[in-house]
Design a protein around this ligand. Sequence first.
Ligand code: UDX
Length: 455
Amino acid sequence: MRLAIIGSGYVGLVTGACLADFGHTVVCVDKSASRIDTLQRGKIPIYEPGLDAIVAQNMRDGRLSFTTDIAGSVKGADAVFIAVGTPSRRGDGHADLSYVYQAAREIAQALQDNTVVVTKSTVPVGTGDEVERIIHERRQSSVIKVASNPEFLREGSAIQDFKHPDRIVIGVEDEHARAVMAEIYRPLFLNKSPILFTSRRSAELIKYASNAFLAMKVTFINEISDLCEKVDADVQEVALGLGADNRIGPKFLHAGPGFGGSCFPKDAVALVKTAQDCDSPLRLIETTIAINDTRKRAMARRIIQAAGGNVRGKTIAVFGLTFKPNTDDMREAPSISIIQALQDAGANVSAYDPKGMDQARALWSDVAFHASPYEAARNASAICILTEWEQFRALDLQRLEKVVAQPVLVDLRNIYSEEEVTRFGFAYSGIGSRPRTPTHFTDLAAARERLVEAV
Ligand code: UDX
């Protein structure tokens, strides 16, 4: 099939590359000439594991190309995917659909009859109707149909998610669109991934409902983890027991500093707005958003406490800045609120991230960035792990202990256990369990003195 993807950002690029890999002929379009130029030279403007290899292979095989020529790209296409951004609209949190509607206006004239237009961008219920109206208005014909095909790609594992999805959701209102979409995804269907055909509006809502539910699940375990600390239970044990119930499932039960990223925060707010407009409020999701916002700053208070209660003029080392591992994306990362709160308390923040440093530099001029965790930890009154990058799982704690001002480790992702860290002289503060040993340095020092006296 011949496919055009409008928008060569994260979703458009992954979708285009993977569809080309299925054997379709794909052209990815973007307004940004510099982005297209970068892609034509075989460079990938985002960090996504495995994407560069798929792009290179399919470019070599002649199935994947890049262009700024929107009209030329859609001519002769069996389907045109709209994969442009839908950021939060400034001021009210509704999804900003101006890029989607602009793309619809731009492709309308160039489309051939029977091309299926597919909204891949995350769009509120009813957007497909409006896209169809815009196209029909400009062509004075109604043969072009719009389908909804939401993506469920996680940054960092987007290729895997595209090629082995739990389900493919396709919202269509007519038989031709259904047949074209079935043909596009045939390789996955043969691979036993279920294709779920729904109405267009249901497909649009499935995407928002999925993200909102997952955000709520993460927030649920985060609140349970706070309770665990109060009642001397362990959130990791609780999550294990909870997730073993098939009706609940084990995923998205890792307690942490709160969810972030380009989707959960923005989509949860947009869904709440839609629901309020329809006089059908989603109070669970409203509360989820509020809890998550407060949680991030509460994490900073936890760090300050662990560092001894007063961090004015002291250095706090932050390991991990991106909202999750295996991405360079800083959007809505918990690190943003946490670092702000640490700085408000007078701390000097010193940071290291394996991939996010370029984006982070654009956010902060007053954070000291370092080339390794060991440099970032120099003279620190506390080290805090904010993102669970693989390379933080096997830190040389002995080496770290020698360079810090106070051996305090605040592990907001629970990648260490208290036992393994305290062996190296660190006070440890994780998430969702009451520590057996003192969690901050002053207590630790006092405990050591008591021990020496007792001996
Ligand atoms: C999400 C959805 O998973 C994906 O289907 C959708 O298309 C886009 O949004 P992504 O934003 O890449 O993907 O990240 P995800 O892995 O879902 O994590 C979102 C946030 O929740 C991150 O901040 C992550 O750290 C946090 N999280 C996730 C937890 O704190 N605990 C968990 O158990 C899982």
